[in-house]
Design a protein around this ligand. Structure first.
Ligand code: CP
Ligand code: NVA
Length: 298
């Protein structure tokens, strides 16, 4: 049985194949009966617009049904043990798509359940988003080996998934993160040990220089709202603005997984400017997730 807890669950060959399937699915406005008669439960312990709706629509376009489960309206919010929830849901449903806090939640669902689990964002990773961001880059610059990606901001779940993606796709990655907000060194070292070309700096200008894609994310992720003020101070100078974009390659595009905080990690001008491809990124979630579900369920 296949699970997607992180991008490292794909081999390089899987990742390349999934990318090509997503390209094809987008081109042909793919519909199928792959999930006919199947029910996918979406467990969402955090808010979501894009991930939840694109998974729900994607499941339907593959002929299946989805059901949403939130802590407020289930026994999850009353501390029923996760290992019990895993076994119960495995008796009704055919797959779980899960947005939660700890990566250990997914690991427990895998250990005690008997149906595939797909990570829809944890504090550690956001694999479906970054796979779809690879699609957004690939559509514009198919020679990924010539692509330089800059990550400017928090060494968070998105940064971690970009690091994993650099171990599966041939782009080079440079991350500019302030001290105290660097990505997990184990994740970084693991990707490097698999051949990923990744640099780390604390200088956003160094990261932006010559980049083909400049990528950022909110400074305080879901669950870190109480750190907002302290993070605003730590990330001063990390706002993606016109000056940083001008250091990049001439055709540089701006990426953001959304939702964005204009005036913090990115200026209104860059967000709304001609280099911004953020809504193409959002659209691509749908195709990439269908391709990922096909990999999981076939
Ligand atoms: N990018 C992303 O995952 O958005 P949502 O939080 O709206 O799902
Ligand atoms: N890093 C952000 C991504 C939101 C899609 C968060 O975890 O809140």
């Amino acid at each position: 049985m296949k699970h997607v807890l992180s991008i490292l669950d794909f081999t390089k060959e899987d990742a390349a194949r999934i990318l090509q399937r997503a390209v094809r699915m987008k081109a042909e406005k793919h519909r199928s009966e792959l999930l006919a008669g199947k029910n996918v439960v979406l467990i969402f312990e955090k808010s979501s617009t894009r991930t939840r709706i694109s998974f729900e629509v994607g499941v339907r376009q593959l002929g299946g049904q989805s059901l949403l489960m939130t802590p407020a309206e289930s026994q999850l919010g009353r501390n029923e043990p996760l290992k019990d929830t895993a076994r119960v849901l495995s008796r009704y449903a055919d797959g779980l798509v899960v947005r939660t806090f700890g990566q250990d939640v997914l690991e427990t669902l895998v250990e005690y359940g008997s149906i595939p689990v797909i990570n829809a964002l944890t504090d550690r990773y956001h694999p479906c988003q970054v796979m779809s961001d690879v699609l957004t880059m690939y559509e514009r610059t198919p020679k990924l080996e010539n692509v330089r990606v800059a990550w400017i901001g928090d060494g968070n779940n998105m940064a971690h998934s970009f690091i994993n993606a650099a171990a599966r796709f041939p782009f080079s990655l440079i991350l500019a993160c302030p001290e105290g907000y660097r990505p997990d060194s184990e994740i970084l070292e693991h990707a490097r040990s698999e051949g990923a070309n990744i640099k780390l700096t604390d200088d956003p200008r160094e990261a932006a220089a010559g980049a083909n894609y400049i990528n950022t994310d909110v400074w305080a992720s879901m669950g870190q709202e109480q750190e907002q003020k302290q993070r605003e101070a730590a990330f001063a100078g990390y706002c993606v603005n016109r000056e940083l974009m001008e250091l990049a390659a001439p055709d540089c595009r701006f990426l953001h997984c959304l939702p964005a905080h204009r005036g913090e990690e990115v200026t209104e001008e860059v967000f709304e400017g001609s280099a911004s491809v953020v809504f193409d990124q959002a659209e691509n979630r749908l195709y990439m997730q269908k391709a990922i579900m096909e990999w999981v369920f076939v």
